[in-house]
Design a protein around this ligand. Structure first.
Ligand SMILES: [Fe+2]
Ligand SMILES: [Fe+2]
Length: 361
């Protein structure tokens, strides 16, 4: 260590002082401050950092401990070497506990004395460097933490804005699609409120069956849009008064898949789209488009299918000007329970029949 070693000597003992002064005075790279009192030592320590403090401790007591604590407070890495009388060597362990780095007793061994100062100064330099690094890291850490908090709040704000925008966009989309679906219902004056009635019935059944709020909402949306795929079917087929031929039926049967295709780009309607695709599947597998069977058909789609059929029976149609009575429609549903309709859904339907009221137009 070629740098200057800064030493503070706190010594009121004349004899000891002379020995130390003679020893240190002979060294070139030592910068030494001598003080007689502890008050003076603290005063000078407030202005300076010393590599080593040589502290004469003839009679260590609690005030000595306080003094050591104060030196450590001013410089947490402070290296204190105690100068003690030979007779007090037994107390050295206590001094180490107080924070003293090491001690020197009389008669002073010169070699040991300088070695100890050198070691102490090296340790002080290392500790101070480490301390600065730790302080720097702490400071860096706390500024990183501040940045993270700021970043987190910005992300939160952006997410809120995005979700608000998303909700706006979603409801705009839904409004447009609903209008489109209603326009399709309106193409045939017999079916102008069909989709809304199907929704009203299916929601009551789904609620009775214990569906969650979100599932019920999906069913409602699927009902409102279930015949959207009819957009590609001509009025001549949709409003035909007589029965449909094979070719015309083929066309009609494309509407669940066409509806699903139209809505497919709207990822937020994923669950709704699947209900639409399956709303003409029959419990016994005789339905379309895929001929799905039983539990393989979404329960929501089985509900929509029944609500759709019941609504159609209870309304006038181009091919059947007089609607079925409630009793006739119920009879028809019962007759097809287990084949066209899921018996479980039929059971619930029969139980809540009185609560199925068409929407006001
Ligand atoms: Fe349909
Ligand atoms: Fe329908």
């Amino acid at each position: 260590m070629d740098e200057v070693i800064k030493i503070l000597v706190v010594c009121s003992n004349q004899e000891f002082s002379i020995v130390v002064r003679d020893l240190l005075g002979a060294k070139e790279n030592y910068s030494v401050n001598f003080v007689m009192s502890r008050e003076k030592a603290l005063e000078i320590s407030r202005q300076n950092i010393f590599d080593v403090v040589l502290l004469q401790l003839d009679d260590p007591d609690s005030s000595s401990k306080d003094f050591i604590n104060e030196l450590k407070r001013l410089d947490p890495n402070c290296i204190i070497i105690a100068l003690i009388e030979d007779s007090r060597l037994s107390e050295s362990r206590e001094l180490i506990r107080w924070g003293v780095y090491d001690f020197i007793s009389k008669p002073v061994n010169h070699e040991a004395f300088f070695l100890l100062i050198k070691k102490g100064a090296q340790l002080h330099s290392l500790s101070t460097t480490d301390y600065k690094i730790i302080l720097g890291l702490k400071e860096h850490g706390s500024s990183l933490e501040k940045q993270n908090i700021l970043l987190a709040s910005r992300i939160e704000e952006s997410t809120k804005n995005l979700s608000r925008l998303y909700e706006d966009l979603r409801s705009t989309y839904m409004r447009t699609i609903r209008v489109l679906a209603q326009a399709i219902d309106a193409r045939d004056h017999y079916t102008h409120s069909h989709s809304r009635n199907v929704a009203a019935y299916a929601v009551v059944i789904a609620r009775e069956m214990g569906f969650s709020v979100q599932e019920i909402e999906n069913i409602r949306e699927a009902c409102e849009l279930h015949d959207l795929g009819k957009i590609g079917i001509s009025d001549a087929i949709l409003t035909k008064e007589g029965s449909l031929n094979e070719e015309e039926w083929k066309k009609i049967k494309t509407h669940p898949v066409n509806g699903a295709k139209i809505l497919e780009p709207l990822i937020f309607l994923k669950d709704v789209i699947e209900l639409i695709r399956q709303h003409h599947e029959h419990y016994d597998g005789s339905g379309y488009p895929e001929g799905r069977k039983g539990e393989d058909i979404l329960l929501g789609a089985r509900i929509i299918h029944l609500a759709d059929a019941y609504e159609s029976m209870r309304s006038a149609r181009s091919y059947r000007k007089v609607p079925l009575t409630k009793e006739e429609a119920v009879m028809e549903i019962k007759r097809n329970s287990g084949t066209q309709f899921d018996p479980k859904v039929v059971g619930v339907f029969l139980r809540i029949l009185d609560r199925l009221v068409p929407v006001e137009i």
